[in-house]
Design a protein around this ligand. Structure first.
Ligand code: NAP
Length: 252
């Protein structure tokens, strides 16, 4: 029956940036659907292990700095040592730096591109080596509205997220023959640490809200349906696509 195809029982999902925001929301969604979680966190996993265990699922994890792409292989190996298999990789961790492009520093360029794009690629590569052997796997990258639009004062973020959308298609093309799907989710404007500065700016907050057809900021819970769908058997023939979860922002 179709609803059974959405179940993730017996699956293991690596979720980067699992401790807060959209990563925490997606980790909980995958656990609610039956998956065990291998979380990647920079300092502490926060209350995510508790939330996962409340769903009756197992949480294990690793502390890692994802601005260092060389950490990718260790992360996947540790997940494999722990669970003996992995099925889903959620490349969620990401950062943003805001500054006029005319003054933008090389550091703000490199930090963002390393975390949002380079590590995402090498984590995908490390996971895909396992997925290809196992002849199944799901990679879900977190893109952005700035995979489609330019934004303002966020040149490295826009460059990284535009590239994530393109890379999602490249990897989908190469790995589809092995039963591995690669898709992305492009969140709209969501209430997380990433947007604290925007929401604190009264004028920007009002302008953004006025432009969202749904009339509200998104929340981590809004990601749940999309991530479970793309991670599940129900999406077996969905590949290379970036699904917007944006309250209609891109339609405007
Ligand atoms: P967030 O609350 O700031 O979460 C970002 C996550 O990434 C945190 O868990 C953070 O860990 C982790 N992270 C950042 N740098 C890291 C590093 N060097 N090593 C390990 N972990 C690192 O923001 P969010 O909105 O949930 O962001 C999640 C993803 O959604 C990002 O890729 C973001 O670009 C994307 N996104 C967000 C929005 C939005 O409106 N919020 C819209 C479109 C796309 P710490 O907590 O330890 O810093």
């Amino acid at each position: 029956m179709i609803l059974d195809d959405f179940k993730l029982n017996g699956k293991v999902a690596i979720v980067t940036g699992c401790n807060t925001g959209l990563g925490q929301g997606m980790a909980c969604a995958l656990a609610e659907a039956g998956a065990d979680i291998f979380g990647v966190y920079r300092s502490t996993p926060g209350d995510t292990p508790l939330l996962i265990e409340k769903c009756g699922r197992r949480f294990e994890g690793i502390q890692a700095d994802l601005s260092v792409p060389a950490n990718a292989e260790d992360i996947v190996n540790k997940a494999l040592d722990t669970y003996k298999h992995i099925d889903i990789l959620i490349n969620n961790a990401g950062i943003i730096r805001r500054e006029d492009s005319i003054n933008f520093s090389e550091q703000d360029w490199d930090d963002v591109l390393n975390t949002n794009l380079k590590t995402l690629f090498f984590l995908s590569q490390a996971a895909a080596k396992h997925f290809i052997r196992q002849k199944s796997g799901r990679i879900i990258n977190i893109a952005s509205m700035l995979s489609y639009q330019g934004g303002i004062r966020v040149p490295s973020y826009t460059a990284s997220k535009s590239a994530v959308k393109g890379l999602t298609m490249t990897l989908a093309n190469e790995w589809a023959p092995y039963g591995v799907t690669v898709n992305a989710i492009a969140p709209g404007y969501m209430e997380t640490n990433n947007t604290t500065a925007l929401r604190a700016d009264k004028a920007r907050n009002a302008a953004i809200l006025e432009r969202i057809p749904a009339g509200r900021w998104g929340t981590p819970d809004d990601m749940k349906g999309a991530v479970v769908f793309l991670a599940s058997n129900a999406a077996a023939y969905v590949n290379g696509f970036t699904l917007a979860v944006d309250g209609g922002w891109l339609s405007r």
